[in-house]
Design a protein around this ligand. Structure first.
Ligand code: HEC
Length: 199
């Protein structure tokens, strides 16, 4: 005898399938699909480019330009006592300190495995891993996520900082506080670390 049951089952199954199709259309798997959100790695890359440009301009258009001729003003580690200009690395550290007070969205640091200034050493195992990675792969940025600082989730991006002029090498190799004295031109001396907080 013909029963109404299979027919009803079919209708229920059809309704469930249609509902699922609607729900999956409303909530696509990729949360950024169709939105204008910038991926976190891209944000880190952009902040790195900005930091690099600022350091380059400071070195080329201020430090190098004022260092010659009458009334030369030179960059020196002891710039406060000597009424000179801070070193580019010191400007970087001062900016990092400013950022700590002005934003908790990201942080920029110039760090090294063998730093002149002890405070510029890696502060988490992931930073250390990143500095080691870029030392061996200078062309490639390092990215990793961690709950590093105050348990806050963050993306850590590390970019190689290379000795591109002889002065980098001579100053670091002869600095009394430098733990490493065998730098050569072209060596990776440290890394720019961009931390983007994800919470
Ligand atoms: C006149 C000396 C001098 C020159 C030239 C110099 N540095 Fe440094 N550098 C320093 C000092 C001093 C510090 C520590 C600054 C601080 O107090 O944070 C430093 C810090 C750094 C750091 C952070 C880790 C650390 O050692 O504390 C890196 C990376 C670095 N320098 C790379 C470079 C590169 C690359 C160049 C060349 C483009 C360069 N430096 C040129 C003196 C110098």
């Amino acid at each position: 005898m013909f029963s109404a049951r299979p027919h009803r089952k079919f209708i229920v199954a059809f309704a469930v399938a249609a509902t699922l199709a609607l729900v999956s259309a409303a909530a696509p798997e990729d949360p950024d699909a169709g939105s204008t959100a910038i991926p976190n790695r891209k944000v880190a890359d952009m902040l790195f480019e900005l930091a690099l440009a600022n350091r380059k301009v400071y070195t080329r258009d201020i430090v190098q330009r004022l260092a010659s001729g009458d009334g030369a003003i030179t960059a020196s580690e002891h710039y406060l006592d000597q009424r000179g200009l801070p070193l580019p690395a010191q400007v970087f550290r001062l900016s990092a300190e400013e950022l700590l007070g002005s934003t908790d969205d990201f942080w920029l640091q110039l760090r090294a495995l063998d730093p002149i200034n002890f405070a510029n050493g890696p502060i988490t195992p992931v930073e250390e891993e990143g500095l080691q990675f870029v030392a061996e792969n200078p062309e490639q940025p390092f990215y990793a996520e961690e709950r590093g600082l105050a348990g806050r989730p963050s993306l850590v991006a590390v970019y190689a900082d290379v000795a591109n002029v002889e002065a980098c090498v001579t100053c670091h190799n002869s600095h009394p506080k430098s733990p490493r004295r065998d730098f050569k031109l072209g060596d990776v001396m440290g890394g720019i670390i961009v931390r983007v907080f994800l919470d």
